[in-house]
Design a protein around this ligand. Structure first.
Ligand SMILES: *[C@@H]1O[C@H](CO)[C@@H](O)[C@H](O)[C@H]1NC(C)=O
Ligand SMILES: *[C@@H]1O[C@H](CO)[C@@H](O)[C@H](O)[C@H]1NC(C)=O
Ligand SMILES: *[C@@H]1O[C@H](CO)[C@@H](O)[C@H](O)[C@H]1NC(C)=O
Length: 304
């Protein structure tokens, strides 16, 4: 309450709005948000979704106000997930679970002799395709895998090929991947290896569903995979060396917090971040930034 004295008016209204179900002041913003993302709800559902959205909006504004007071290094923003509760978001989109007994693979260890640059950003060197959108499908693992292969294909051929997530979704089931219900990057690579190649997004487009059968066409091979390396688990030093020397690397993160769902800009950092990873992403670089006279190191991650 003490703090509310210096809170901007909009936030103050929102805070007071906590006690009533819906805030009439937000009517226009709600209509604008719905039309922006083409959202329509049948009957009662609209009230429930509006309440979820208002709650998310209040938390976003609260966080951004704290950020303006120097309490955080990143900002949040309303987005197309605004009508989802955290649990719903996690069920819909986080499609990665760590394998209990990882299949044997070569391990990339940090080497004391290896010097890495202070900053690396593969986007600047043409290794990274534009950000895609996985839709309402837990296929993050496929996007993470195509991202890593796209970087390697660029290194080999000098050409940036956009690779097909749908190819991985439809064809890697027999290796234990589960389409829109989740999967593993390692098993996607294994599929490309065993299959002797994979297709491009262009000839095998994304559908955000997992009900089609495999339509891989060997005549249109766009990438190969000869060897899979696992970065030593939990070692940021090994990951840094792998990113610096190989290119973009598939990683998994804990993406279950509210702050992750509405991340907008800045250096993400959360005390609600655990070792329980559930979302596949792509490490495309790292760096160090001066924040309030402290050096803060960060990873640059591409999200689907
Ligand atoms: C591919 O990687 C090698 C070894 O790191 C490097 O020398 C070469 O310049 C890279 N090629 C491209 C196109 O970036
Ligand atoms: C994949 O490997 C095969 C066999 O080694 C080779 O003929 C083909 O050119 C490779 N394709 C790509 C896209 O690298
Ligand atoms: C921050 O990093 C710069 C160069 O990367 C270094 O010169 C400086 O001493 C560091 N500052 C602190 C507070 O660690």
């Amino acid at each position: 309450m003490f703090r509310a004295m210096t809170v901007p008016l909009g936030l103050l209204l929102a805070l007071l709005g906590c006690t009533t179900a819906l805030d009439p002041v937000l009517e226009e913003a709600w209509e604008r948000w719905k039309s922006l993302y083409a959202k329509e709800y049948p009957g009662e559902a609209e009230l429930i979704r509006r309440e979820v959205w208002e709650n998310n909006l209040r938390r976003i504004e609260q966080h951004n106000w704290e950020e303006s007071q120097g309490q955080h290094t990143f900002r949040l923003g309303m987005n197309h997930y605004g009508d989802l509760m955290d649990e719903e978001f996690n069920q819909l989109l986080n499609g990665f679970a760590p394998v209990q007994h990882e299949e044997p693979a070569l391990t990339f260890q940090a080497s004391a002799a290896q010097k890495t640059p202070a900053e690396v950003d593969w986007r600047m060197r043409g290794y990274v395709t534009p950000v895609k959108n996985q839709g309402h499908c837990g296929s993050c693992w496929a996007f993470s895998a195509t991202g890593a292969l796209e970087g390697l294909v660029f290194n080999w051929t000098g050409k940036l090929a956009v690779l097909s997530e749908q190819n991985l979704i439809d064809c890697s089931r027999k290796l234990g991947n589960n389409g829109c219900q989740g999967g593993y990057m390692t098993r996607a690579f294994q599929y490309v290896h065993d299959n002797g190649g994979m297709n491009s997004e262009h000839i095998y487009p994304y559908q955000a569903t997992d009900t089609s059968s495999c339509r891989y066409n060997p005549a249109d091979r766009a990438a190969n995979c000869s060897t899979v390396w696992l970065v030593a688990q939990g070692s940021e030093a090994a990951l840094e060396q792998a990113v610096a020397t190989v290119g973009p690397v598939s990683v998994a993160v804990d993406a279950s917090s509210f702050f992750f769902h509405f991340y907008k800009s800045g250096i993400f950092n959360s005390m609600f971040c655990s070792q329980k990873v559930n979302h596949g992403m792509l490490a495309v670089g790292y760096g160090i930034s001066q924040e309030a006279r402290k050096n803060v190191s960060y990873w640059i991650l591409k999200n689907r």
